[in-house]
Design a protein around this ligand. Structure first.
Ligand SMILES: Cc1cc2nc3c(=O)[nH]c(=O)nc-3n(C[C@H](O)[C@H](O)[C@H](O)COP(=O)(O)OP(=O)(O)OC[C@H]3O[C@@H](n4cnc5c(N)ncnc54)[C@H](O)[C@@H]3O)c2cc1C
Length: 275
């Protein structure tokens, strides 16, 4: 037996770390503050294109954690004090949606792409989805809302929505959005009033403003992802801490799983990576 290990966060990186460490002989406790495992993948799994991946991952995770006798505690938000009792800790606390710098124009709801993906049903009318980061959330939100029958306008200041994604992946999204009649508005920005209320759309190529679509029901904003690093900041003096996945920097599923799986090798050495 290698000793006891606390893994904080039950997203893809935390589950990979917990199962690999248990396989290597550690006695592992995996603590997740939410009511289910999966982290951001559980948000991504609401989108139709990720449904199969989510179902495959979640049944694999459940079976693997059980087979490796990992103790799993849901609804458990770990604090710095909790970590102090553990000799080794893996921080797989992931990332959250960046806060919205856009405020609601009157009665129009402004919400994040994550919120729209998780709760699409109350929305009605035309929806402006603002892709401010070029990642998956805006595209997933646009696809999901269009599938619910809403008129969706996908707006981005970049040349194309999803500009940060691989070409093939972006192409597949754009084909599906086209089939759902999502209207793409590249090189457009939200023209904000000084108080942060979106006033109109700004056509960056033509240099003029346009009104919002008629019957605007909501503005959905994808403003990027931010690492959850509060715990890491409080734990600088802990001897055996490792950070993995989006807790280091928001990236992708593959990086999260690879880092989680490999962390066990470095846990046998003593020094922390937080200094
Ligand atoms: C809508 C969407 C679509 C995406 N689509 C793709 C895609 O197609 N391909 C791809 O490669 N990537 C995609 N990603 C990104 C990918 O999901 C993430 O990179 C990956 O989930 C990161 O894994 P993680 O375990 O590091 O962090 P997370 O998935 O963020 O998991 C971290 C977990 O830690 C928990 N936690 C945080 N603090 C504490 C605490 N103090 N105590 C206990 N638990 C805590 C959180 O509740 C969370 O469950 C997508 C992300 C989103 C939001």
């Amino acid at each position: 037996m290698q000793g006891r290990l606390l893994v904080v966060g039950g997203g893809p990186a935390g589950v990979a770390a917990a199962t690999a460490a248990a396989q290597a002989g550690f006695r592992v406790l995996l603590a997740e503050r939410g009511c289910r495992l999966g982290g951001q993948l559980s948000v991504a799994g609401r989108a139709f294109s990720r449904r199969a991946l989510w179902l495959r991952w979640s049944s694999w995770a459940e079976a693997e954690l059980k087979a490796r006798s990992v103790e799993v505690r849901l609804n458990t938000a770990v604090t710095a004090e909790d970590c102090a009792a553990w000799e080794r800790v893996v921080l797989a606390t992931g990332a959250r949606s960046a806060g919205l710098s856009v405020r609601s124009p009157g009665r129009i709801a402004v919400l994040s792409a994550w919120e729209a993906i998780l709760r699409p049903t109350p929305l009605t009318g035309s929806i402006v989805v603002f892709d401010g980061d070029g990642e998956w959330p805006a595209l997933d939100a646009a696809e999901l809302l269009a599938t619910h029958g809403l008129a969706v306008y996908l707006v981005t200041p970049a040349e194309t929505p999803g500009h940060g994604l691989r070409k093939g992946e972006r192409g597949a999204y754009l084909d599906r959005l086209d089939a759902l009649s999502v209207r793409l508005m590249p090189r457009h920005d939200l023209a904000l009033c000084p108080d942060g209320h979106p006033a109109q759309l700004r056509d960056l190529a033509a240099g003029r403003v346009r009104p919002f679509p008629l019957n605007l029901g909501a503005i959905v904003v994808a403003a990027g992802r931010i690492s959850e690093d509060h715990l890491a900041a409080q734990l600088r003096v802990h001897p055996k801490i490792r950070r993995v996945g989006d807790a280091v920097q928001p990236r992708c599923l593959e990086d999260a799983i690879t880092e989680g799986t490999r962390v066990v090798e470095s846990l046998r050495d003593a020094s922390s990576d937080l200094s």
